[in-house]
Write a protein that binds this ligand. Structure first.
Ligand code: 13P
Length: 280
């Protein structure tokens, strides 16, 4: 059944576990994610960034997930990840997303609050839940050869509480030492900061940049109040490597459904591992 991310995260918060929010940009990755969730009987958030949605098509993505989820016995939330403007989020909602993330974290606090508030009013009037971000999470969902960039801005717990009060968001995404992508050195999450933000805000917290974070830090973050963990880079890497291997092993094969299953299985394996870790 299709639900909102808020529905899933309220339960996760009470149960001290996290829901995986997995990015997709095509039908094969979507299949891998949903099959893993079904196998583990776990609710799941499936999401696209604006770029991923433009590639696949907003409605193609939503319709395919709604179609597959009809046959599933697990709850699925369809989320727009890092929507950058009111117009973009509005388009996703009109296309059938059940949840949206508005990310104006690079704007001034006043501008961020103004756009987020407008998104909350529109989304709530259509039964869609909203994740807001304050404090910028840097990086990009790729494998990076170098050290982590220092372009993130750590979230101040009181500023976060003020942002939440003024906007009315349902889920809060902050910057607690996390960064998008995989780097030479793993990040060090500021667990105390997560705890303080969770206490001050009273909301389920979202952790972006879930790839490449050591398992012990993930577990500590969940205990501190993280209820949603976004994972993209590790899925992209597994998909690409498995596809390369399948094509190398079947050089003459031209039938997609004969070489794509290996890439789907690789996605499934990453999602399986993450879901198990997030519930541990
Ligand atoms: P990673 O690419 O580091 O897994 O982060 C994904 C993410 O946070 C999407 O919003």
């Amino acid at each position: 059944m299709i639900v909102t991310a808020k529905d899933l995260l309220i339960k996760a918060r009470a149960g001290r576990y996290a829901i995986g929010a997995f990015n997709t940009s095509d039908l094969e990755i979507t299949k891998g994610i949903l099959e893993a969730a079904l196998e583990l009987k776990s609710p799941v958030i499936i999401e696209t960034s604006e770029g991923e949605a433009h590639f696949e098509g907003y409605r193609v993505f939503v319709d395919s997930v709604r179609d597959m989820a009809e046959d599933l016995s697990v709850d699925v939330a369809i989320n727009l990840d890092h929507g950058k403007s009111f117009e973009s989020v509005k388009y996703a909602i009109e296309s059938g997303y059940s949840s949206v993330h508005i990310d104006c974290s690079l704007l001034s606090k006043a501008e961020n609050i103004a756009v987020t508030k407008k998104v909350v009013e529109f989304a709530h009037s259509r039964g869609v839940s909203v994740e807001g971000e304050f404090g910028h999470v840097g990086g990009s969902s790729e494998i990076h050869e170098g050290e982590q960039p220092q372009d993130g801005t750590l979230t101040d717990p009181q500023e976060a509480a003020d942002y939440i009060k003024q906007t009315g968001v349902d889920i809060f995404a902050g910057s607690y030492g996390n960064i998008h992508g995989v780097y030479k050195n793993p990040p060090h999450l500021d667990i105390e900061r997560i705890k303080k933000i969770a206490e001050e805000s009273g909301l389920p917290l979202s952790l972006h940049g879930g790839s490449g974070i050591p398992d012990d830090q993930i577990k500590a973050a969940i205990q501190a109040g993280i209820c949603k963990i976004n994972v993209n880079t590790e899925i992209r890497k597994a998909y690409r490597e498995a596809l390369d291997k399948a094509l190398r092993n079947k050089v003459a094969e031209i039938v997609p459904y004969k070489y794509m299953p290996e890439a789907i299985n690789a996605v499934k394996e990453v999602v399986r591992q993450k879901i198990s870790l997030f519930h541990a």
